[in-house]
Design a protein around this ligand. Structure first.
Ligand code: ADP
Ligand code: MG
Length: 380
C-alpha cells in the first residue's frame, strides 16, 4: 500500500484532459476506441491527437489493445482515477493526497485533505475487469446493448454508496458524513475509530451487541438492509459507539431477497460475538418484527442521482446479492458480443448523432474544468 500517484494531475495539459475525456465518452458504447474516433470526439485542431494518445499511453493513463477485428484505446484504472480526482480537485473538494489506509474487497481507500487541510477519506471503487474480453453485455431499457464494464459498474457503485450514505446521514444514522463524489470516487468523513476486525476485547459486549442489533432494526424500519453487516464494515469509536460503512450493496426491504439478507446480517453479528467475545444471546431481531416507518429505499431513487432499476440489478448481481442472468439474457449476450466485433463507424464530422452526443458531453466535462483553471490563474 502506498501513496496515490497524483504527479500527473499537475503536468497534464488541457488537451491531454480533452483526449482522455474523449476516450471515456467513446467507452460508453465501445470497449476499445479507435484513434480516429477519439480524434473526432476530441475535435482538436491540427491532428495532434495521435501524439497525445501516445503520451497518455506512456504514462499508463490509457492502454492500446488489439481486439478481434479492430484495435483501439481504453482508459486504465489510473486514467479513470485521474479524471475523477481532477474533477474533485477543480471543485475544491480535495486539495492534497496522502497514503492508502485500506484495501477492501471492491475498493482502495486513501486519506486525502480538503482545502482547510482537514484529513478526509477517499474511496475508489474498483469493480469488474478492465480487460474487455470477458465483459458481459446486456440490453438497457431501450433494448440497446450496453456493457457491464468496470467503468459502468464502478461508477454506479460509487453513486449508490453516496446516495445511501447521504440518506442515512440525514436521518442521523451512525455513518461517515458524505462529502462529494465523482465517477467511481467517494469522499467522506474519516472515521476516528477502529475497524471491528482489529478489536479483540470489548468493555461492554452486551451493550455493543444491542447497539448493532438496534441499528439493523432501525435500518429495516426505514426500508433498507445493509447486506454486508460484518466486522469488516463496522468501526468502533473510542467511546465504544459503532459506525457503519460500505453501502453500495444496500437493498430495499421490499426486494424479493430481503428476508435472506436481513437474516444473514443478523447472523453475522451473532457469530462475531460468539467467536470473538464469547457472548451469546437468544435475543435477536426477526424480519417479521420490522415495522415500516420510512421510505429511505424509495428516496435514493428520487434524488436525481440518475440510477435506474437496471443499473441496480447489474450492480447487485456484481455483488452476488441476486441471481445471474436468465437463459434469454444469455442468448442476447451472445448476439451482442458478435455485434461488437464490428469497429465503431467512423462517419464524417457532424454527420452522426452518436458523435454529436459524445461531443456535447465532452464540452460539458471540459468547459467546467477550463473555466475553473482560468479562474485559478487569475486569482493567483
Ligand atoms: P470495500 O467496499 O472494498 O469493502 P470499505 O468501505 O469497507 O470498502 O472500506 C475498506 C476499509 O477501509 C474498511 O474496512 C476501513 O478499515 C477503511 N475505511 C473505509 N471507510 C473509512 C472511513 N470513512 N474512515 C476510516 N476508515 C475507513
Ligand atoms: Mg467493506
Amino acid at each position: 500500500m502506498g501513496k496515490l500517484n497524483v504527479t500527473v494531475l499537475r503536468y497534464l495539459s488541457k488537451e491531454d484532459f480533452r483526449v482522455l475525456t474523449a476516450i471515456e465518452m467513446g467507452m460508453k458504447n465501445h470497449e476499445l476506441v479507435p484513434g480516429p474516433l477519439a480524434a473526432a470526439i476530441a475535435n482538436l485542431k491540427a491532428g495532434g491527437v495521435h501524439k497525445l494518445l501516445k503520451e497518455l499511453c506512456k504514462h499508463k493513463l490509457l492502454a492500446y489493445e488489439r481486439g478481434k477485428k479492430y484495435d483501439g484505446y481504453r482508459l486504465t484504472n489510473t486514467g479513470y482515477d485521474y479524471l475523477a480526482l481532477k474533477s474533485l480537485t477543480l471543485r475544491g473538494s480535495v486539495s492534497s493526497f496522502g497514503n492508502q489506509i485500506g484495501i477492501g474487497k471492491e475498493s482502495n481507500i486513501y486519506v486525502v485533505a480538503d482545502e482547510e487541510g482537514t484529513p478526509i477519506c477517499l474511496k475508489l471503487h474498483r469493480l469488474g475487469r478492465t480487460c474487455f474480453r470477458n465483459v458481459k453485455s446486456k440490453r438497457d431499457y431501450h433494448g440497446r446493448r450496453h456493457k457491464t464494464s468496470w467503468l459502468y459498474l464502478s461508477r454506479i457503485s460509487a453513486t449508490r454508496e453516496f446516495a445511501y450514505m447521504s440518506a442515512l446521514y440525514d436521518r442521523g444514522f451512525p455513518v461517515p458524513k458524505p462529502i462529494d463524489f465523482n465517477r467511481h470516487c467517494v469522499l467522506m468523513e474519516l472515521v476516528n475509530g477502529w475497524p471491528m476486525t482489529q478489536i479483540q476485547e470489548l468493555v461492554d459486549p452486551p451493550q455493543v451487541y444491542d447497539d448493532l442489533m438496534n441499528l439493523i432494526v432501525r435500518l429495516g424500519n426505514s426500508g433498507v438492509i445493509h447486506g454486508d453487516f460484518n466486522e469488516f464494515n463496522l468501526m468502533l469509536t473510542d467511546s465504544g459507539k459503532p459506525i457503519l460503512i460500505d453501502f453500495p450493496q444496500m437493498m430495499s426491504t421490499s426486494h424479493e431477497n430481503a428476508e435472506f439478507f436481513f437474516e444473514r446480517d443478523v447472523t453475522c453479528v451473532r457469530e462475531m460475538f460468539r467467536r470473538k467475545f464469547g457472548y451469546e444471546s437468544e435475543d435477536y431481531p426477526k424480519f417479521s418484527d420490522l415495522v415500516r416507518e420510512d421510505d429511505l429505499d424509495a428516496e435514493v431513487h428520487c434524488t436525481g442521482y440518475g440510477f435506474t432499476k437496471e443499473m441496480e440489478e447489474d450492480l447487485l448481481q456484481e455483488y452476488g446479492m441476486i441471481q445471474q442472468d436468465t437463459e434469454q439474457d444469455e442468448e442476447e449476450e451472445e448476439e451482442a458480443v458478435v455485434d461488437d466485433d464490428e469497429p465503431p463507424a467512423l462517419v464524417p464530422a457532424n454527420a452522426s448523432d452518436e458523435l454529436n452526443e459524445y461531443r456535447r458531453q465532452l464540452e460539458n466535462e471540459v468547459s467546467y474544468s477550463e473555466t475553473k483553471s482560468s479562474q485559478e490563474k487569475k486569482s493567483g
